[in-house]
Design a protein around this ligand. Structure first.
Ligand code: SAM
Length: 255
């Protein structure tokens, strides 16, 4: 039996909640926004999220050759990254989308069907902290705008390491800390006023978008996150800031 008093507090946006409570709150956010998620992404980022995801996939550089390439996109949501991986690579690339939200994955499945990609995708309702896959079974692992939502980042990174084959690549696209003077002030004002207001108009509820903005501010800075990836065992860990650090792509290799 778990003693409630042993439970750690973790950040849920700017609130502190019990560690066993956080995932349920995150799941509520994504089940509410799933249907409008893609539309909101375009509105909130003025389409920039598409360029950031294109950069992520060009770093992965999925192969065009005869050999099979098995890719895992965790917190894959509605499939934005997974479908880019399929389109960028050859016919032997296969992608598994794993996400804890059946609603988000459901939207992804509909898109895969519409886009004729269903035959090359698998869908798995799964927690990034406890993936239902054997050791060393994927050649690549991506997680985009997902890791800041998990309760224990160290467990998610350990799982990424476990399921990758030696030589496999880990890539994470995540909102980060702006490193350009002036841009940080503008970005703050935009995030805390415009995004929840647009969220309220489009989805009828501004609260999920308030959480999303707050969770960006509580996520570790670029160098701190790099150290966490190294602690999980990854080698040659690097990161690149995009749009002045609004987002960063961290990369590491499974040895
Ligand atoms: N990767 C997609 C993209 O870039 O458009 C979706 C990102 S969305 C902001 C975050 C996703 O993380 C949601 O689909 C949510 O359900 C998922 N998620 C949150 N916690 C998770 C966890 N512990 N394990 C797996 N997925 C999780």
């Amino acid at each position: 039996m778990t003693d409630k008093t042993d439970e750690q507090d973790v950040a849920f946006g700017f609130r502190r909640v019990g560690e066993t409570e956080k995932q349920g709150l995150v799941n509520e956010v994504f089940s509410k926004v799933a249907e409008r998620y893609d539309q909101m992404n375009d509105l909130m980022s003025a389409g920039l999220h598409r360029l950031w995801k294109d950069d992520l996939v060009s770093m992965l550089n999925p192969p065009h050759g005869q050999g099979a390439f098995s890719h895992l996109d965790v917190a894959g949501g509605t499939g934005d990254v997974a479908f880019r991986v399929l389109r960028a690579g050859g016919p032997n690339v296969r992608v598994t989308l794993a996400d804890i939200s059946p609603e988000m994955l459901g939207e992804g499945r509909k898109r895969a069907e519409t886009d004729g990609l269903l035959g090359r995708c698998a869908f798995s309702v799964a927690n990034a902290e406890a993936l239902p896959f054997p050791d060393k079974c994927f050649d690549g692992y991506t997680i985009a705008f997902g890791i800041r939502n998990v309760t224990h980042i160290d467990k998610a990174l350990a799982e990424a390491y476990r399921v990758l084959r030696p030589g496999g690549r880990f890539l994470c696209l995540e909102f980060s800390q702006v490193d350009v003077p002036l841009l940080d002030g503008i970005y703050d004002a935009y995030s805390f006023t415009v995004i929840p207001a647009v969220g309220k108009v489009v989805t009828g509820d501004g609260q999920p978008y308030r959480y999303l903005v707050e969770s960006i501010r509580t996520f570790p800075r670029q160098d701190d996150f790099k150290s966490l990836i190294e602690d999980a065992g990854f080698a040659n860990v690097t990161y690149r800031n995009l749009t002045g650090g609004v987002v960063a792509i961290h990369s590491g290799w499974r040895i």
